[in-house]
Design a protein around this ligand. Structure first.
Ligand SMILES: [Ca+2]
Length: 183
């Protein structure tokens, strides 16, 4: 990074009054400040190319999903045990607890037909024994239920903290300068 900055400066070799140097300097500053090991931006944690954020504010499932969407994200979908473990770690790191928390699962369209709000395949689950309950009223998926910290379906109007996610590459599209190290 320092070399690149030096090259810009030496190549510029501007005559007095030229604007190249003064334009180059802020870019160099931005690079120095950008995170080096996280493909996500601040407040998001990267795992396997995906960026997760714990939202402590307790919201209904729909409001939690809309809150994620306002950040270009969705409630988290989960596709492996490793990913599930990482989400629980993010919750503990942020809140020092493992409270019941919304992720993006719902069978709101048809009882028993579970899907993720991001449209990905529902190919992994960690339902507690006896869950999901076959009840018209319980259409949304919370994690960290009971001592087993497994999955449960409950009423979507229940207010819970939540976990949002977006793909790391979505950050690359929007932060041309600040995330240039990750391109
Ligand atoms: Ca249930």
């Amino acid at each position: 990074m320092a070399l690149a900055g030096a090259a810009v400066l030496s190549e510029a070799a501007p005559e007095e009054g030229e604007l190249v140097l003064s334009e180059a300097a802020p870019v160099e500053d931005e690079l120095a400040e950008s995170p080096s090991s996280n493909a996500c931006s601040d407040n998001w944690t990267e795992f396997d190319g995906r960026c997760f954020q714990y939202v402590p504010k307790e919201l209904s499932w729909a409001k939690a999903e809309k809150n994620c969407q306002s950040m270009g994200a969705h409630l988290a979908s989960v596709h492996s045990t490793a990913e599930h473990n990482e989400i629980q770690k993010i919750i503990i790191d942020a809140s020092q607890k493992l409270k019941e928390t919304w992720i993006g699962g719902s069978d709101a369209h048809e009882v028993g037909e579970w899907f993720w709000s991001d449209g990905s395949h529902f190919d992994y689950n960690d339902w507690c024994a006896g869950e999901p309950s076959v009840q018209e009223a319980q259409r949304c998926l919370q994690i960290n239920y009971t001592e087993d910290k497994c999955w449960d379906n409950i009423e979507c109007s229940t207010e819970r903290p939540s976990v949002c996610f977006k793909d790391a590459e979505d950050f690359r599209d929007v932060c041309v300068h600040a995330c240039v190290q990750n391109i």
